[in-house]
Design a protein around this ligand. Structure first.
Ligand code: NDP
Length: 263
């Protein structure tokens, strides 16, 4: 069996000291939980989301918990100029981007006949266009360095379906194919591109389910592990995909859903 050198001990492969991670939607919810995992592993973090006060609170939390450098930039992922500015600011401050996590996302639920075209477009713009814009902006920087890790947030609804989710399921199916196509494109450049497909976690995006005991229980009934995910349970896969430990993994997707899509 091939031996790993001491420097490549398995735990060292998960360390991110000296690396920079840009996390969209990193000011709360799953984005913040993933940023926290990367910060604990030593990465410096740039948070990109719209709400400046929430951005600053999250950045302060990560700085004080882990002693890393953490900055934030007010960014609307649907706006090309705003995405360019966020990436430029990250380069100004940190000099490079090793890890991109696309976690910004929204959901608008409802029976198809009750939804407007604007509802449909809004979901695609944040979930798909926003992710595509950040990938487009960051890929040349990673190519220059010959290294990169891109993580896109899909959903279990990329693989399986639920009623009254046409805009969201459409967008998350697109994320899966965006991930695979980009992975093919940059495979020879030292860049990997993978997707995480979460099941239900108690964050703001799910308030309509969390505030409805019947819907909340209906979800639990479908989850083999019998519960919603806890925020920290997204951290392990995020760190694996963000680190050198996942060097032979690209174009892949990882369900973190308590077993939902396995049935
Ligand atoms: P939250 O609602 O907690 O967080 C959403 C994040 O996206 C916030 O940081 C928000 O910040 C940011 N955001 C929304 N719109 C924009 C925009 N136009 N520009 C920039 N940032 C934006 O949701 P989660 O953390 O749970 O979701 C994170 C990702 O995980 C999403 O892609 C979601 O689809 C996916 N996911 C979540 C699941 C869950 O159960 N929670 C299940 C499956 C997938 P701000 O408002 O300040 O801009």
């Amino acid at each position: 069996m091939e031996q790993r050198s001491a420097q490549q001990s398995i735990l060292n492969l998960f360390r991110l000291h000296g690396q920079t991670a840009l996390v969209t939607g990193g000011n709360r919810g799953l984005g913040l939980a993933m940023a926290q995992a990367l910060a604990e592993a030593g990465a410096n973090i740039m948070i990109a989301a719209r709400d400046e006060a929430t951005n600053q609170q999250a950045a302060e939390k990560l700085r004080s918990l882990y002693g890393i450098e953490c900055l934030s930039t007010s960014c609307d992922v649907t706006n090309e100029e705003s995405v360019r500015a966020a990436v430029a600011q990250t380069i100004d401050q940190f000099g490079k981007i090793d890890v991109l996590v696309n976690s910004a996302g929204i959901n608008i639920r409802g029976a198809i006949e009750t939804l407007s075209l604007d509802d449909f477009k809004k979901v695609q713009e944040v979930n798909v266009t926003g992710t595509w814009l950040f990938c487009r902006e960051v890929t040349p920087i990673m190519k220059q360095h010959g290294y990169g890790r891109i993580i896109n947030m899909g959903s279990m609804l990329a693989l399986t379906a639920l009623a009254e989710r046409t805009p969201y399921a459409t967008s998350k199916g697109a994320i899966l194919q965006l991930t695979r196509a980009l992975a093919m494109e940059v495979a020879k450049e030292g860049i990997t591109v993978n997707a995480i497909l979460p099941g239900p976690f108690a964050t703001e995006i799910n308030l309509p389910l969390l505030n409805d005991p019947e819907k909340y229980q209906a979800f639990i009934a479908k989850i083999p592990l019998g519960r919603w995910g806890e925020l920290h349970e997204i951290g392990g896969i995020a760190l694996f995909l963000a680190s050198p430990a996942s060097s032979y993994v690209t174009g892949a997707c990882f369900s973190v859903d308590g077993g939902w899509v396995a049935q």
